[in-house]
Design a protein around this ligand. Structure first.
Ligand code: GRF
Length: 210
């Protein structure tokens, strides 16, 4: 009989929508012999399809609508409490559309990562794939980075380039970006779980993979 996977590195995943990246984390890490276990999925949006994906995999989830809290910090602190209750060591923003507050980051110092569909610092913001396509660049890509107090500014963990071919429609590029995301985000999480993602000496902005 195959040995049961040795789990132990507990992550919390925050989603706002479809959750296709959550699904790739579930398939490639949670359900494999990786040490990574999705302890809980949180969303600001009660209709997020990602919540159904969590339920289908038997993963607990909870919804934190922004309107239920007096301000963003209170909202984020309630989420942080829930993540801590689930013993989460790493928070993964996978298509989470709200900006997390400094109060939240203080609860998980250098333990919050985000996925972004461009080669940062090019094309930050919510429409990165379209922005790169319309700008006419020949290469864009995907970034996984630590979250800091800026928007799409934190230290880069992994990046992968995606070429834009002259004959591409926006849909072609979008599909290739998503395929790349579905590989790169689980890879970054696995590297962090293995303790291989470290700051380069005194330079906290430069990450090295050991
Ligand atoms: C991804 O393209 C991610 O880069 C961006 O939001 C999208 C989320 O997709 N931040 P999904 O919800 O994981 O399908």
């Amino acid at each position: 009989m195959p040995a049961e996977p040795q789990k132990g590195f507990r992550i919390g995943v925050l989603v706002s929508g479809s959750g296709s990246n959550l699904q790739s984390i579930i398939d490639r890490l949670h359900l494999s012999d990786s040490p990574v276990e999705v302890a809980v999925v949180l969303s600001d949006n009660p209709d997020a399809y990602g919540l159904k994906r969590a339920a289908a995999a038997g993963i607990s989830s909870a919804v934190f609508p922004m309107g239920d809290y007096p301000d963003r910090s209170q909202h984020d602190l309630a989420m942080a409490d829930d993540l801590k209750r689930h013993g989460v060591e790493l928070v993964v923003l996978a298509g989470y559309m709200l900006i997390v507050t400094p109060a939240f980051l203080e609860r998980f110092p250098r333990r919050v990562i985000n996925l972004h569909p461009s080669l940062l610092p090019a094309f930050p913001g919510a429409t990165a794939i379209e922005d790169a396509f319309r700008c006419g660049v020949r290469v864009t890509g995907v970034t996984v980075h630590f979250v800091d107090e800026g928007v799409d500014t934190g230290p880069v963990i992994l990046q992968e380039a995606v070429a834009i071919d002259p004959g591409d429609a926006l849909e072609d590029l979008t599909a290739r970006i998503h395929e790349t995301e579905h590989r790169l985000l689980p890879e970054a999480i696995a590297l962090i779980a293995a303790g291989r993602v470290q700051a380069d000496g005194e330079n906290f902005h430069r990450i090295v993979i050991k």
